[in-house]
Design a protein around this ligand. Structure first.
Ligand code: SF4
Length: 430
């Protein structure tokens, strides 16, 4: 019988794809298939693709072509599987355009990854295959649902991922326990929209209930919630932030725009006043809450006045962190065929101007943390011996890091912030 195949997973795109890759890795591990970190050790390369926006699609195609090139030049048998959003979105068109690929696994079928890998490798997992003991990351994403029903007119996710479906509490808790026993110290709950978790399940539970029960069950673990749409910020959820000690006071609320006619054209609700009011309501209730949002500029029909509204919104200084994107028309979306598309150079100019504005507001807000104490998860040591980690106010990958003078990796320590440099902070153990 052939040897168990060794698999490399390359992940493109967002945190949700990271979580999907982690789930595939676990499934493969349980079947006795080793997941390797170096392409030279791999018999099978899985490219977990993203095609949320044009640039992500291009990056994914490049990664797939690189993997196919590697497989072709290798002096041994290497297979390539294209997984994730691209097979979900382009289906048979993708298969026709990539005949060299050995398999296609859309996100909805990633549970079958072990079968696909075993079929390709001609290998049967033995009944007593030992689950591989893999060290988990210190911080891990945990998906609490998949899909989306909102149909924002610029977005392909509802088409790719299907209808919103919450995962059950038992499944989420089981996943969380598994992460914690593998060494994870911070669990980041993610979904296309975390705020409506539970609405499609029996039991009448919501996100506030979920986080309360998860945090109680795993009191030594730090939790964080990302991607909560504005209507998901309920009083019950804010209560949970006040009540639950191991929940980071951090909310990521994507607004996308503040001009009502642009929001309506996006099939989203709200206005400048409503969205500012929401941020003020949160801050009045929980003054130390860190707020992040996402804004998109250059949506079809966006005038200079609409753009000025975005600038005015950023200058309110209500958000610690703001992710800025230039609109990109996605094939098959309603927005792509709207009139009054904004020329590319203007979109990019507006995005850069907004980014500069957001950077200067954020730098000021973050500098105000000097002299305060932050709870920091120490995540690593650089080559020169410098330790770094993330404060409760810093989500992974997007909000910078905190440099600390001491503390064991994997521990959560109190740090007096002494200096900041744009998004990064620096401090000493207290
Ligand atoms: S809420 Fe809108 S932008 Fe977010 S995934 Fe759903 S459709 Fe896309």
């Amino acid at each position: 019988m052939p040897e168990a195949p060794r698999v490399l997973i390359q992940t493109l795109g967002c945190a949700k794809n990271e979580a999907d890759s982690r789930a595939m890795e676990e499934r493969l591990g349980r079947a006795g298939i080793s997941v390797v970190g170096d392409v030279d050790d791999a018999d099978i390369i899985i490219v977990n693709t993203c095609c949320f926006i044009q640039s992500a699609t291009e990056e994914s195609i490049e990664a797939v072509l690189d993997a196919l090139g590697f497989a072709k030049d290798a002096k041994r048998d290497v297979r390539v599987i294209v997984a994730g959003c691209m097979p979900a979105r382009y289906d048979q068109d993708l298969e026709a355009s990539l005949p060299e690929a050995d398999g296609f696994v859309p996100c909805s079928e990633e549970d079958d990854i072990v079968d696909v890998v075993c079929n390709l490798a001609g290998w049967i997992p033995s009944c007593n295959a030992q689950a591989l003991e893999q060290a988990g990351p210190l911080c891990a994403y945990l998906k609490i649902s998949d899909g989306c029903d909102r149909w924002c007119t610029f977005c392909t996710i509802p088409k790719i991922r299907g209808r919103y479906h919450s995962f059950s509490f038992d499944d989420i808790l089981a996943q969380a326990r598994k992460l914690v026993s593998a060494g994870t110290k911070e669990i980041v709950l993610i979904a296309q929209d975390t705020g409506i978790w539970g609405h499609d399940l029996d039991g009448g539970h919501d996100l506030a209930w979920l986080i309360t029960h998860l945090a109680e069950a795993l009191p030594q673990t730090r939790f964080r919630i990302m991607y909560t749409e504005p209507d998901g910020i309920t009083d019950d959820l804010l209560d949970a932030f006040e009540r639950v000690p191991n929940l980071c006071p951090y909310l990521d609320i994507p607004f996308q725009h503040v001009s009502p006619h642009i929001l309506a054209a996006m099939n989203r609700a709200g206005s400048f006043e409503e969205l500012v009011g929401l941020a003020q309501r949160i801050r009045a209730r929980i003054p130390h809450m860190t707020l992040r949002t996402t804004l998109m500029c250059g949506f079809p029909g966006e005038t200079e006045e609409d753009f000025e509204e975005l600038i005015r919104f950023v200058r309110q200084g209500l958000f610690d962190y703001i992710g800025i994107f230039a609109y990109s028309p996605e094939e098959g979306t309603k927005a792509a065929v709207l009139p009054d598309q904004v020329p590319e150079d203007i979109k990019q100019m507006r995005a850069q101007e907004l980014r500069d504005e957001a950077d200067s507001v954020s730098a000021q807000l973050i500098a105000e943390r000097i002299g305060t104490t932050s709870s920091v998860l120490v995540e690593g040591i650089e080559e020169d011996g410098q330790r770094f980690g993330r404060a409760e106010s810093q989500a992974p990958e997007v909000d910078g890091v905190t440099f600390v003078d001491a503390g064991d990796v994997g521990t959560i320590v109190d740090v007096l912030i002494e200096d900041t440099l744009l998004y990064d902070m620096e401090g000493v153990l207290q």
